[in-house]
Ligand binder design. Structure first.
Ligand code: NAP
Length: 519
């Protein structure tokens, strides 16, 4: 059993009761009373809080009581003797777990009272915790053994700071390799996946905050996100994993759309944001780390900025198979891990865009010989130009940096022009592949309003806002429009099919993204 715990970090008993109520209502399976936050702390206050939890939410609702040392992340620096009395009082009042700092427990004067209270308690367990707020532990497995050798009934809790996602694997390995009960994960944004995967790997607890403002440690996600996006209720040791590799990754909508699809299909699968900072070496190290640990169960990846080229190189390096057009585009945005570990690289960006266009113009065949103006010469433009040329379209690329437009045009046999010539556009289909018009600069359009004509189709790959100024102008002039959400949803649906072999619930997944965009 791995509990999803919410730390209660109130300054008064009244506030703590409110926080406990909100935590339970949000789905907390355990509350951790961080009594070091309570002002003018007394044993009576803690006993009252435990009685409140047990009375209100049932005797079996578990409680951890902590009164942490400031050096180990505590809020108010209460003297150690008083903190021990609080923990002993908590055990006597029925706390299921008390959490004491390992560094303080090894001091002989600090042990006796706690050991006696533990012996008298029917179910109370001692968590011996050690935190590193700056770094990883040099030898987490050694530290774990040291704690258990010192006091075998303890539950070791080892929490460290990840500077990079690759630092998460120490904690994950510890959880996987230990048969005794244990708590381990990494703090910091880079450690986020270790908090979620702690649940899969049987960490006694993993923590989520009530809200971002009430987080008690860096990188803590909210209980709402944990339950609604990261599917905490269905994570178990068999859960298969997927994720989006990106930097930054925080605002990606891919976890929401894919997890919504998995939940709808009742798949035991979870999709995570995978913040992989750095260059090819870091990407390679991350991929090697996850693929070497087959017990983690990673089966597929979405890949975006800045790793699409790295993904292509990695799959090739490992002897995997690349979809021919992805190879030509020079970018892979989807990696699938086959049953025998063989890797397959795809690009669903171009296919997602072409499908969105085909839907509007009456089929892919209509693109044959069609005049198309593409504005932009970056990654998305490259994928869409490849798809358009493959479908037989006559493409002209307009870009601010002419050198880039020339290079792209040469590679795919198209024409090109500087961006200041967009006024001349006389194409049937116009596609914006620049970031111009994207929130917060949504008052901009990459082309002047005069370019739009009746009968034209205008496609904006920007999806935030959904209706860009470009699309508003196009509609006013009687042109047909395609928004960026269609491409985003199409490429995600294609990834979903590559990941699962089945089609996702498009309407539900699209609505999930729309809800997010509206927020
Ligand atoms: P990228 O590789 O960085 O390329 C950016 C492009 O925008 C370049 O052509 C750049 O011109 C141009 N640009 C940027 N700022 C400009 C400005 N102020 N004036 C004129 N041109 C400007 O980015 P990308 O990966 O291709 O992504 C481009 C856009 O596609 C994103 O902003 C996003 O909104 C959209 N997108 C949509 C989806 C979807 O599924 N719908 C998916 C991914 C991305 P220079 O070459 O001159 O710098």
């Amino acid at each position: 059993m791995s509990y999803l715990a919410v730390p209660i970090s109130a300054e008064t008993v009244g506030e703590a009761i409110d926080q406990i109520r909100d935590a339970v209502a949000s789905g907390a399976e355990l509350v951790e009373l961080r009594t070091d936050f309570i002002e003018d702390l007394t044993c009576e206050k803690v006993v009252n809080l435990i009685s409140h939890v047990k009375g209100e939410y049932g005797k079996l609702f578990p409680v951890i009581v902590t009164c942490r040392d400031v050096a180990q992340g505590g809020a108010i620096n209460y003297p150690v003797k008083m903190r021990i009395d609080i923990l002993v009082g908590a055990l006597n009042a029925g706390a299921d777990f008390i959490d004491f700092e390992y560094k303080n427990f090894i001091i002989p004067d600090n042990q006796e009272k706690i050991k006696v209270a533990l012996a008298d308690s029917v179910k109370g367990r001692l968590i011996l915790s050690h935190h590193d707020f700056d770094d990883t532990f040099e030898n987490i497995a050694g530290l774990y053994r040291k704690i258990l050798t010192f006091y075998p009934p303890a539950i070791p809790k080892l929490i460290y700071t990840a500077d990079h996602i690759n630092d998460c694997f120490d904690g994950l390995d510890l959880l996987y390799n230990t048969s005794e009960q244990c708590v381990a994960f990494a703090m910091g944004e880079a450690g986020m996946i270790s908090r979620v995967l702690a649940r899969k790997l049987g960490s006694v607890v993993t923590f989520a905050s009530l809200s971002e403002a009430e987080a008690t440690a860096p990188g803590q996600i909210t209980i709402k996100e944990f339950k609604n996006i990261y599917r905490s209720d269905s994570i178990d040791c068999d859960t298969e994993l997927y994720g989006i590799i990106a930097d930054p990754v925080g605002h990606s909508m891919s976890p929401a759309i894919h997890n919504a699809g998995f939940a709808d299909a009742d798949f035991n699968k979870l999709y995570l944001p995978l913040l992989v900072e750095g260059d090819y070496e870091d990407f390679e190290e991350f991929m090697d780390n996850v693929l070497r640990r087959s017990w983690l169960g990673f089966k597929g990846f979405s890949v975006t900025i800045p790793h699409k080229e790295n993904a292509l190189e990695y799959v090739k390096d490992k002897g995997g198979q690349i979809e021919p057009l992805a190879e030509k585009i020079g970018a892979v945005n989807t990696i699938v891990v086959g049953p025998d570990g063989k890797l397959f690289g795809y690009n669903t960006d171009y296919a997602g865009a072409i499908e969105a266009i085909a839907e509007k113009i009456g089929g892919r065949g209509e693109l044959d010989n069609m005049d198309v103006a593409v504005v932009g010469a970056g990654g998305v433009s490259r994928a869409i130009v490849a798809g358009l040329v493959d479908a037989g379209a006559k493409v002209k690329i307009y870009n601010r940096t002419v050198r880039k437009a020339k290079k792209l045009a040469k590679q795919f046999g198209c024409e090109c022009a500087p961006l200041n010539k967009v006024g001349e556009i006389n194409a049937k289909l116009l596609i914006n592949c620049t970031s111009v018009g994207m929130s917060p600069e949504s008052d901009n359009s990459p082309v002047p309003v005069e370019v739009h004509r009746e009968g034209m189709v205008v496609f904006d790959t920007v999806y935030n806002p959904l209706e860009t100024l470009l699309l508003r102008h196009a509609k006013t002039c009687g042109a047909e429009t395609i928004d960026g959400l269609e491409m985003f949803v199409n490429q995600a649906m294609m990834q979903f099919e590559l990941f699962t072999g089945t089609q996702g619930n498009r309407r539900f997944m699209r609505e999930t993204v729309l809800d997010l965009l509206e927020k």
